[in-house]
Design a protein around this ligand. Structure first.
Ligand SMILES: [Zn+2]
Length: 237
């Protein structure tokens, strides 16, 4: 019981410290705010008033989500959310149109939104290292730097396979409309999940040369069996 009380007090004290820093930033109108390593579990509503903030560091905390109030920070260009406990990219981030550096390393993110970086037209640097990603959606080709080491990315391993329906075990139901990457036909119910390996230097113009699996959806085995493409079917081993 005593330990519990002590824990509560510690949390309260660190939250108070974070609040003090926010209040200080409100008073000084500083354009950057560093709240890293403050044991923060959620952001207070007062954040919405920091409308002039350009750089915000929230790394090394316990954030699992972000409040919609963060949308008010329309001048934000750099956001560090590294080493938190996010399981997905918080939806509020796509409303931060000035973002050009986004750090999400060391979280538990297993997928990136289908629209990729399209919501962030100015995004140049994305760091998603040390998450649980397996493939990248299309739309990340405009970045200048992409950090993705330490994920469980689909490996480039060619396997002999007979193109039977069982081969692509990730055939699944879609909850939304899609379009075939080969024949451009729309499909609504079933699809085949494939990957295309994109080279970061050749296709994205980045300095480093690495291979990134990018998600591609095909409408049917008829399309998959065509020999005019370089998409690879995913096989669950
Ligand atoms: Zn097709």
């Amino acid at each position: 019981m005593e330990t519990c009380e002590k824990f509560k007090l510690t949390i309260h004290a660190t939250c108070q410290m974070a609040n003090d820093l926010i209040i200080k930033a409100l008073k000084t109108k500083s354009n950057s705010l560093n709240l890293s390593s403050r044991k923060i579990t959620h952001l207070p509503e007062v954040f919405a008033r920091l409308t002039w903030i350009v750089i915000l560091k929230l790394n090394n905390n316990y954030l699992s989500s972000l409040p919609s109030e963060l949308m008010c920070l329309q001048k934000l260009t750099e956001l560090n959310l590294g080493n938190n406990v996010l399981e997905e990219i918080p939806s509020v981030l796509k409303h931060l149109h000035c973002l050009n550096k986004l750090y999400l390393y060391g979280n538990k993110i297993s997928h990136l939104p289908p629209e990729g970086a399209l919501g962030w037209k100015n995004l140049k640097i994305l760091d998603v290292a040390g998450n649980c990603l397996s493939v990248f959606p299309v739309g990340f080709l405009t970045l200048e730097e992409l950090f993705f080491e330490g994920n469980n990315l689909v490996p480039f391993t060619l396997m002999e396979s007979i193109q039977e329906k069982e081969v692509l075990s990730l055939k699944d139901m879609l909850s939304h409309w899609g379009q075939c990457a080969l024949c451009s036909q729309p499909f609504l119910t079933t699809w085949l999940e494939c990957v295309q390996f994109i080279n970061t230097r050749k296709h994205m113009g980045m300095k480093s040369s690495q291979s990134v699996p990018v998600r591609v959806l095909l409408c049917s085995y008829d399309c998959f069996n065509r020999d005019d493409h370089q998409y690879y079917g995913l096989v669950r081993l």
